[in-house]
Design a binder for this molecule. Structure first.
Ligand SMILES: Nc1ncnc2c1ncn2[C@@H]1O[C@H](COP(=O)(O)OP(=O)(O)OP(=O)(O)O)[C@@H](O)[C@H]1O
Ligand SMILES: [Mg+2]
Length: 401
């Protein structure tokens, strides 16, 4: 007869009590969002008019990765919907990940499908097969049939292939597409230059309010992790593990996602090595894994040329000992070679400069200005901040998909 002591399986997770709290898609509840009071209250003020029947302001949120943009946008939208309901206002919000739904048609389909209630509207929103304009028509009908106000979160808005949907959404009311329903758009991007690329008309209506979310400092990261420490069983977390993870994550990026990932991985390392304590020393190894994940996530959905530019820098970094970076012209040469190998036309030097700037904003690379003296003028050097091997691995694994 088997008994508990010679059981083949462990019946209880020795480390995690509630691991979901540390999973990527977990949406923390009230009281677990730390250090974003101002941002939350600013966002709430911008969309507040919806509750008394006026149009919410359209908002654009910028900030580096892991600064809580998606989280706060969803949180405020949900709170708005709840409060509206208490006031007898019919409200909802739709969330679009534009890295996934890059085309206008896909994005409209996602919005229409997510706000629809076919039992009430008798309107069908098939996954595909309709023209873009038909999806729009159905969306407008659904909105007018069901809601007084709708917020649409366009996350990673810079990944949209063009501005057309922004034009449609931001003008729907005044163009008479929807009669009673008010519509607000919350656009989110981690590319500060995104706005420069936007059509002027879209810019003026979409960017009524703009907010920038700053990176977290070590104290805030520690609070964020502390607020989730009940993911672990009592007494398995070494008291110095969270402070150490917070210090590392703050020094590098101030990225809450990375901090939480480090904590989860440290727990998994304890699990897989049979340790009964999540020791501080596991943080180093966990950090490496989190770094690779972070980079993969950062470049998710980015254009091939944006990747070629990084690949060029990774190649240069791996084949040179130079520590202070590479000049734009040198990066451009290698980039052109990569384009040739890929059978793709290269972009202009100016566009490549812009791409480098975007990478710098995301802290993937660092740029430094140099003066070459009167003969040469000044120039910029670019250096990878990510480990070049990580960059190369992640970029090549992606190509194979
Ligand atoms: N203030 C916070 N309190 C608690 N958890 C947070 C906070 N900020 C971020 N997080 C958590 O960190 C992770 C990253 O946050 P979020 O997805 O909102 O970042 P983001 O700014 O949208 O990043 P990206 O630009 O990469 O999309 C999420 O798991 C989120 O729950
Ligand atoms: Mg996000």
């Amino acid at each position: 007869m088997p008994n508990a002591s010679d059981d083949l399986f462990t019946r209880e997770d020795p480390i995690f009590a509630n691991k979901e709290l540390l999973e990527i898609n977990h949406l923390p509840g009230e009281g677990r969002i730390v250090g974003r009071d101002d941002e939350i209250s600013n966002l709430a003020t911008a969309v507040n008019p919806a509750i008394f029947g006026q149009s919410p302001s359209n908002v654009l949120i910028y900030g580096k990765t892991g600064t809580g943009k998606s989280l706060c946008a969803k949180y405020v939208s949900q709170r708005l919907v709840d409060t509206a309901e208490e006031e007898g206002v019919k409200a909802t919000f739709a969330y679009v990940d534009c890295a996934q739904d890059t085309t206008e048609t896909q994005a409209v389909q996602t919005i229409a499908d997510s706000v629809n209630d076919p039992a009430l509207t008798s309107i069908k929103v098939p996954d595909k097969g309709l023209s873009t304009s038909t999806y729009y028509k159905r969306l407008w009908r659904i909105l007018d049939a069901l809601y007084d106000v709708v917020l649409i979160i366009l996350d990673e808005i810079d990944k949209l292939s063009d501005d057309d949907i922004l034009m449609q959404l931001s003008r729907a009311g005044e163009a008479g597409k929807i009669a009673g329903c008010k519509l607000g758009v919350i656009g989110i991007s981690n590319k500060i230059q995104y706005k420069d690329r936007m059509d002027e008309r879209v810019k003026s209506s979409l960017c009524e309010r703009e907010f920038v979310f700053p990176p977290y400092d070590a104290n805030q990261l520690r609070d964020i992790m502390d607020a989730r420490s009940d993911a672990f069983r009592d007494d398995v977390l070494d008291p110095s593990t969270i402070p150490r993870a917070a210090a590392l994550a703050a020094r590098e990026h101030g990225d809450a996602r990375k901090a939480i990932d480090i904590l989860r991985y440290a727990g998994e390392i304890a699990q897989s090595t049979g340790a009964n304590i999540v020791k501080e020393e596991f943080v180093t190894q966990a950090r490496q894994r989190a770094e690779t994940d972070r980079f993969r996530e950062l470049i998710r959905g980015s254009t091939p040329h944006s990747r070629y530019v990084l690949q060029a820098l990774a190649i240069l970094s791996l084949s040179n000992q130079k520590k202070d970076g590479f000049r734009t012209s040198r990066v451009y040469e290698v980039y052109e070679n990569i384009c040739r190998q890929q059978g793709s036309d290269s972009l202009s030097l100016r566009r490549v400069r812009d791409l480098l700037k975007e990478h710098a904003f995301l802290d993937i690379i660092e740029q430094s200005k140099h003066s070459g003296g009167s003969a040469e003028g000044s120039y910029t050097k670019h250096q990878l901040l990510e480990d070049p091997d990580v960059v190369k691995d992640v970029l090549t694994e992606d190509v194979e998909i």
